[in-house]
Design a protein around this ligand. Structure first.
Ligand code: AKG
Length: 231
């Protein structure tokens, strides 16, 4: 366990199997469809902040799972606050997310004090839209961005897929993170990552949680409306 911080500091990400079990995966997906139905959503845009939609729901319970919080605590040091959750349906033929750094949006007061945890709720691979990571890109500042104008590249998250980081030439190595259902990837706030198009006939479900060290300032965001909460 004690090596995870040095691995994370070096690579900017950490893969951990079995963060949630099969039952929890199914429960999260089932509840996501219930929100989708109750709110008469027209598209399969990500559900923003589902942990706040009702008291102590499965999204919030998972956000504060001890197994996850113990790891986040090691990675960021100090008291862990919950910041954001986002559920992704990723239907068939949805383009992936553009390369980006989460801290581009959040601007944490200390970029080592903010991490994301992306959990696969179905097995993920290059075909159905796993994450792609540029290892060790997290120590190079926040990259310039460009706006994506090609409509076919925009996915169901209108905000997340519109802006793409300009990738520095020296970052030529990438890792495709193919993981099993229930596994998670802890992402340093500034690690450059994207996701592949879902070119299968099935949905690719995933949930993202972000965490920040207590008392750090951050950008709430016009759409995300982030609020740091006790867990
Ligand atoms: O779920 C995905 O396809 C990518 C999500 C992501 O990279 C993010 O929200 O930061």
């Amino acid at each position: 366990m004690h090596n995870i911080r040095s691995d994370f500091e070096e690579n900017g990400f950490l893969v951990v199997p079995n963060l949630v079990d099969n039952l929890e995966c199914s429960d999260i997906i089932k509840n996501a469809y219930e929100f989708h139905k109750n709110e008469s959503c027209e598209s399969y845009s990500p559900i923003m902040q589902p942990h706040r939609k009702s008291k102590n729901n499965i999204f919030f319970k998972t956000m504060k799972k001890k197994k996850i919080l113990d790891i986040v605590k090691i990675l960021i040091g100090g008291k862990v606050m919950g910041l954001q959750s986002q559920f992704f349906f990723m239907p068939s033929n949805t383009p992936g997310f553009q390369p980006h750094q989460d801290d581009y949006y959040v601007r944490s007061e200390d970029f080592n004090g903010f991490v994301s945890c992306w959990i696969a709720l179905t097995n993920v691979n290059k075909e159905n839209g796993c994450l792609k990571i540029w290892p060790s890109s997290h120590n190079k500042g926040i990259f310039k961005v460009k706006t994506i104008k090609t409509k076919s590249e925009l996915n169901t998250d209108k905000n997340g897929s519109k802006i793409s980081s300009v990738i520095p030439k020296e970052l030529s190595i990438t890792n495709d993170i193919e993981i099993k259902k229930g596994a998670g990837i802890f992402l340093h706030s500034r690690i450059l990552h994207s996701s592949y198009r879902n070119s299968t006939d099935d949905f690719r479900y995933a949930i993202l949680y972000t965490y920040i060290r207590e008392k750090l300032k951050f950008t709430p965001g016009f759409n995300a409306k982030r609020i740091a909460i006790d867990l």
